[in-house]
Design a protein around this ligand. Sequence first.
Ligand code: NAD
Ligand code: ZN
Length: 358
Amino acid sequence: MSFRNFKMVDYVVYGRGSLNQLDEILAPQRKGDAPMIFFVDQFFAGNNAFLSRLPLRGKDKVVLIDVTHEPKTTYVDALKDALKAEFGTVSGIVGIGGGSVMDMTKAVSLMMTNPGSSADYQGWDLVKLPGVYKAGIPTISGTGAEVSRTTVLTGPVRKLGMNSDYTPFDQIVLDPDLLKTVPVNQRFYTAMDCFIHCVESLTGTYLNAFSKAYGEKAQDLCEEIFLHRSDWDETSDEKLMMASYAGGMSIAYSQVGVAHAVSYGLSYLLGTKHGIGNCIVFDKLGEFYPEGVEKFKKMVALHNIEIPQGITKGLSDADFDKMIDVSYGLPPLWENALGKNWKEQMPKERLRALYEQF
Ligand code: NAD
Ligand code: ZN
């Protein structure tokens, strides 16, 4: 048996206001007059009070990232081409935003040095060269993208990450102050991504004590803020930020499961976003995750969250087949959830029946 020898984020700073340390953090990473590029979530467009806090020097540039859709390989390639055309090379990329911006930052950083299209690298360990320096500053918490070794991209034929040892950030800045503007529903959907990661990891066949330690902590933090109280304060943001971090660490040594495998199909066909898609799916997974789903339903009710229904109504057989194909294209997730004989347990008819419930 061989154990995964995984690469982690190199540097982590945590604390309210830690964004103010960005200038000194970036200084040693600057290479001559090559600029630092700041990928900023479009939510902050026009917010000068916020943008003026970014330590822009010399040719540094802010690029607003459109997160209307989840990151596509075409968008990654276009941003990489534009940066190369304008600057040749850059000192690094700093991503400030949610999981979408985290993933765009990781992917473009890698594509600044690796030849071809990002679609060529969707898979496991296909990336051959380190990218340019990359830092991640989350402004919404739950995905764990700030610590993971993947960057989830929708490509011409698949929705799959660039999983590699070169993918994790060189630096992350965890500043809970940045979460305060996230709308209630969005906060819940993205936070539930973390909760669902934990349930899937803790009940999975890949679990070990490393993964369990982080997964249990992350799940406890989620329950403290969503299951045991209905209000929200600053400490809730602090806990949620650490839940996301610990949830991501848990996945490093395990895998997600049924909710993710199934929601990837919805996302590929219908463009359903990751957090809300996981919620739509998890809501109907009582037979796979009885305890987790019961808690989930309580949290939904306590926080008055709306989970969309009927989104697969009226889809064609070909549409269902496409979603089933995308979902079957993720064997490690199914194997983690159901064991080696997962295909026998999840024949096409059963998966189709599940998709028809959403
Ligand atoms: P997101 O990045 O798509 O952002 C959701 C919304 O929140 C956007 O409208 C954004 O503008 C807004 N927003 C962000 N910060 C805000 C703030 N501080 N105040 C107000 N609004 C704010 O959402 P997400 O759930 O964080 O990320 C989802 C993405 O993460 C998906 O693309 C998914 O595939 C990816 N993901 C990646 C990994 C990984 O390991 N790489 C893991 C899970 C999910
Ligand atoms: Zn997820």
